[in-house]
Ligand binder design. Structure first.
Ligand code: SF4
Length: 356
């Protein structure tokens, strides 16, 4: 999915990254990506430890949570790069320790929030692949097939009357909010695909029950959260932070989900609209697949509102795109209000706008 989103942003960036396999020179520091790896490992370890001990997150005592979250952090520190960083410099040890402390507080927030709702975590790092599920294969107009693959950080489920309500969570180390306009334009397809894949896998593993979309969210773990008043007590800091750690994204609007959800923030849509968004995203994936398989490698970055694909792109020295030369231009993405997007999706659905 990251590959498709990279192409949707700029065909040249996709070619340089996945065709020529160019990568930025790695510096020997704990960067954002390493923190992301550390964070994902801790959350996954914690879930696996809960499973191994047969404890539900909602029923955890404070002592159990502290013991297991500390164990999850220690297991993640066995990663070669993190442990080297911690051992070789005082700064590295400080940064790693500080981030580990933040993670333990984050786990507390996840557990406390889970207790306030009716969902339970069903899976961590759920892998899906078009190689095992034919519904996750996109066939381009020229017959080329693309096998969608990914790993969903967290899948939560709540059951009621034979229906299984599914929500997916993507962990981020930076601040991230769901942008409906980017999803509509096919620039941010990952979370929507995650929900579709989680529902598909759930229906296959629970024959006879119906999977219903409940929501798609980001859980942001920005380190800037640590910047709080130096005199604040641990409890004061935690009370301040837990609100920032609410799941952010798109929730199904019906009353049952609202009652089952812990406090979440973001947008709402009914289940039918979420299904329309999934159908539209699959259509966008097919359009992207058609362009990829046609050999398009031209530098053609998108711009959406004030953002451009070039803003954080590491390939500006290699792609030849010259912002000052009018021959080169950005592809300007349509900017629509949420209401207009839902109306367009409804029209598309009534026109039978489905994939394949
Ligand atoms: S710098 Fe801009 S034009 Fe060049 S590869 Fe990156 S996104 Fe594309």
């Amino acid at each position: 999915m990251t590959r498709m989103e990279t192409f949707a942003e700029c065909a040249a960036a996709h070619f340089l990254r996945y065709g020529l396999k160019l990568r930025e020179r790695k510096k020997y520091t704990v960067d954002q990506m390493d923190r992301g790896t550390f964070f994902h490992a801790v959350m996954d370890n914690f879930f696996e430890l809960l499973k191994a001990e047969g404890i539900q997150m909602e029923a955890l005592t404070d002592e159990e949570r502290e013991r297991l979250s500390e164990a999850a952090v220690q297991m993640a520190k066995r990663d070669e790069k993190i442990s080297r960083m911690e051992a070789e410099s005082a700064e590295g040890a400080y940064r790693t320790g500080r981030f580990a402390g933040l993670l333990e507080r984050g786990i507390r927030a996840v557990c406390d929030l889970m207790k306030r709702g009716g969902f339970r975590q069903e899976a961590s790092e759920m892998f899906f692949s078009g190689y095992s599920d034919k519904e996750l294969v996109i066939t381009a107009d020229n017959g080329s097939r693309m096998f969608l693959e990914g790993r969903i950080d967290r899948v939560d489920v709540s059951e009621e009357d034979g229906r299984r309500y599914i929500r997916v969570v993507d962990y981020k180390t930076g601040d991230k909010t769901l942008n409906l306009n980017s999803i509509y334009n096919g620039l941010s397809m990952q979370l929507v695909l995650y929900l579709a894949a989680a529902m598909l896998k759930d229906e296959k593993s629970h024959p006879g029950s119906t999977a219903v979309p409940a929501g798609m969210y980001y859980f942001s773990f920005a380190e800037k959260l640590a910047e709080t008043d130096a005199d604040a007590s641990e409890e004061d800091i935690y009370k301040q932070w837990i609100k920032i750690w609410y799941l952010k994204g798109l929730s199904a609007a019906d009353d049952l989900i609202a009652a089952k959800n812990e406090p979440v923030s973001g947008k709402k849509a009914d289940a039918a609209q979420i299904m329309q968004l999934i159908a539209h995203t699959k259509k966008k994936m097919k359009e992207t697949g058609n362009r990829i398989t046609s050999g398009d490698v031209a530098p053609a970055p998108v711009t959406e509102k004030k953002r451009t694909a070039c803003d954080y792109c590491p390939y500006s020295a290699a792609c030849g795109f010259d912002r000052k030369n009018p021959v080169y231009g950005y592809r300007r993405m349509e900017v629509l209000e949420d209401k207009e997007i839902w109306e367009k999706l409804k029209e598309e659905a009534s026109d039978g706008g489905q994939l394949d």
